[in-house]
Design a protein around this ligand. Structure first.
Ligand SMILES: [Zn+2]
Length: 191
């Protein structure tokens, strides 16, 4: 059995304010009783994380099971992705045209990834990159492109929860409010 994760990515956090926003988000999660302030060995890929708090059920849509792992907070330029699988297409932030990355048979569309791969490299180095839309010709911020099933998000702050039941919309809105009303996206998947 693999590990499931749900990551709330703050799309508006800048490199400069990501650490203070991380602290603000965590303070809200602790005050709500959703996670504990202390850190234990409870997350994959990070030495320590915040275990579920006494009121974790407030965060989830259904109490399908008890979350068995905790929260890891990522700061710094990060390519958040949904783990297994991939995005079939990316959609232009201006005209919503789909750029197909794979065929229906999941074969890579030749050359389709190239501009995105280049932009991802630039974004990791500099925190900014754009990809021109083949349909409308306008340059769209890499972080503003929409990916099928929200498979990718490019950001400087992510709240990564391991093995929790599906989050409810009220919780996601509450966390976004705690982050100053920032735009957030939920990247979920399995490793
Ligand atoms: Zn476009």
């Amino acid at each position: 059995m693999g590990s499931h994760f749900q990551t709330v990515v703050d799309l508006d956090a800048t490199p400069a304010d990501a650490p203070s926003l991380a602290a603000r988000g965590l303070a809200w999660l602790v005050a709500e009783g959703i996670v504990r302030a202390e850190r234990t060995d409870c997350v994959l890929g990070a030495p320590l994380g915040h275990p579920p708090g006494p009121l974790w059920t407030k965060a989830v849509r259904h109490r399908d099971w008890e979350p068995h792992d905790g929260l890891n907070i990522e700061t710094g330029p990060t390519v958040f992705h949904g783990g297994q699988g991939d995005a079939m297409y990316a959609a232009c932030p201006h005209c919503a045209a789909h750029v197909d990355l794979y065929t229906d048979e999941w074969e890579e569309v030749e050359g389709a990834w190239e501009p995105f791969e280049k932009a991802i490299g630039t974004w990791c180095d500099t925190g900014r990159a754009a990809v021109a839309c083949p349909r409308c010709g306008r340059a769209g911020d890499l972080a503003a492109w929409n990916w099928e099933s929200d498979h990718y998000a490019f950001g400087h702050l992510g709240f990564e929860f391991w093995d929790w039941p599906e989050f409810g919309t009220g919780f996601l809105e509450g966390l976004a409010r705690a982050l100053g009303g920032h735009r957030t996206v939920l990247v979920a998947g399995k490793l």
